[in-house]
Write a protein that binds this ligand. Structure first.
Ligand code: PMP
Length: 441
């Protein structure tokens, strides 16, 4: 018998996959579904599978013993502060240090312009929370970061993708889309862009276009949200100048220590005009009360006591070697008709398959051949990306990358033979929205 306080729950629902609450979720929860890709990736984490899917930084390259010592020292010497609640805007000393990091990209900001967040993912969530009503438009590159698209979906935003080429976002496409949307009465709340070493496309917005994009958005009254976790991971030359450096009032900038130090600290930040920053702080406090003082002070200690610029150089050299391994393997193994981007930094190559092939359909076969990638559809909100895949070179060692690309090329060749015989490659399975979990970030 069902107890009246049991709200209709049945014991069968406990621990089972039957959802007794299905008719009670808020409408915004409808978009929160895991796809079958997650299940496939549970298999893909087996050691014999080369994962070209994961966006995990190679933190083994950090001096982990040194980090361990500084964490122990932090608790021993400043434990009563480090293990206490902190202020909503984040540790003031860390915010000063963040200003120094951002100066490498031409940003002149003060500690008061910054709010520390739980990774830049939380900043994305909070920005969306304070700006988006259901149906509001967010502009985003096509393709764009799956984690951001998941957040936008959770707040019921309507994402409109803007085309990119190998120089990044196409300004004419941006201007036309804004014009058409505004003319049709849509409320465009912001442009979400990853201008440098984009996830997933690996491309970078060139200097001229940076100015054009800022100008177009300024004229149209569209706020720019610049997400820049990879900006310091360029393989040649000096870091690009951030968009925020040239338009402090029109850009909210998101930064992160996840790729230049370690994602496990979960320390990122947002730089915003003060009115927006005030709202963000209130939204942050309602979400988590106060972020971890402990990890903020640990990152601060690391920046104070360790040669962090040299560590970033180590990461850049390591990732450059892996990028080179991937590009040369693609050149050697991929069949004609496949094309791919050539990233100058960051973690990702974006591949386009020949006509008639579908990357999602290919994934189970690829995993059977012990290689994994992320299908392109995970990076679009509108079903695009069927012929694309994201290949990451950040985590596996160069020889494994080469082997992974060789295996993948074999699978693609097989698909091409099927297409030429039957007129199509494998048919994709149906599933939910492709929202890669954290291991695929
Ligand atoms: N933005 C982009 C473009 C990313 O690639 C990621 C993670 N891969 C994030 C934001 C979130 O990173 P974090 O929360 O670890 O700072």
């Amino acid at each position: 018998m069902t107890h009246e306080l049991d709200h209709g729950r049945t014991n069968a629902a406990h621990g089972s996959r039957i959802d007794a609450y299905v008719d009670r979720y808020a409408a915004r929860a409808a978009g929160m579904v895991a796809s079958e890709i997650r299940a496939l990736f549970a298999v893909a984490s087996r050691p014999e599978v080369v994962s070209l899917g994961s966006g995990m930084p190679y933190i083994t390259a950090l001096p982990l013993d040194v980090v361990g010592d500084l964490v122990a020292d932090l608790v021993a010497t400043r434990g009563s502060v480090a293990l206490q609640y902190g202020g909503g805007q984040g540790d003031p000393a860390l915010r000063e240090q963040i200003c120094e990091v951002m100066r490498l990209e031409g940003i002149e900001a003060g500690a008061d312009d910054i709010m520390v967040t739980v990774g830049s993912q939380q900043a994305l969530d909070l920005i969306t929370r304070i700006f988006i009503d259901p149906g509001d438009v967010v502009l985003a590159e096509g393709p764009s970061y799956a984690g951001a698209l998941g957040t936008f979906a959770a707040y019921q935003a309507k994402v409109v993708h803007i085309a990119m080429d190998d120089q990044g976002l196409i300004p004419e496409a941006l201007a036309q889309t804004i014009y058409a949307l505004q003319a049709a009465g849509n409320r465009i709340k912001f442009l979400y862009t990853i201008p440098t070493f984009q996830n997933p496309a690996g491309v970078t917005l060139n200097e001229v276009r940076r100015r054009q994009v800022l100008e177009i958005c300024r004229r149209a009254g569209v706020l720019v949200v610049e997400d820049n976790p990879y900006g310091l991971l360029g393989f040649d030359g000096e870091p690009m100048r951030a968009l925020r450096a040239d338009d402090p009032d029109g850009v909210v900038y998101l930064g992160s220590f996840s790729k230049t130090l370690a994602p496990g600290f979960r320390v990122g930040w947002a730089v915003a005009p003060h009115a927006i920053r005030d709202k963000l702080v209130l939204a942050m406090e309602s979400a988590v009360l106060s972020h971890s003082t402990f990890t903020q002070l640990a990152v601060g200690q690391y920046l104070t006591t360790q040669p962090w610029r040299e560590q970033i150089k180590t990461f850049r050299e390591l990732y450059r070697e892996r990028r080179d391994a991937m590009l040369s393997a693609l050149e050697v193994f991929m069949p004609p008709g496949c094309t791919w981007t050539r990233p100058a930094g960051g973690f990702f190559v974006w591949m386009t398959l020949p006509e008639g092939l579908n990357s999602k359909a290919l994934l189970p076969r690829a995993i059977a051949e012990r290689v994994a990638f992320v299908p392109g559809t995970g990076f679009y909100s509108d079903g695009g990306g069927t012929r694309n895949m994201r290949l990451s070179f950040c985590y596996p060692e160069p020889d494994r990358i080469k082997e992974g690309v060789r295996r993948l090329a074999g699978v693609i060749e097989q698909e091409l033979r099927m297409r030429d015989t039957f007129g199509t490659g494998s048919i994709p399975r149906q599933g939910g929205v492709d929202t890669p979990g954290p291991d695929l970030a």
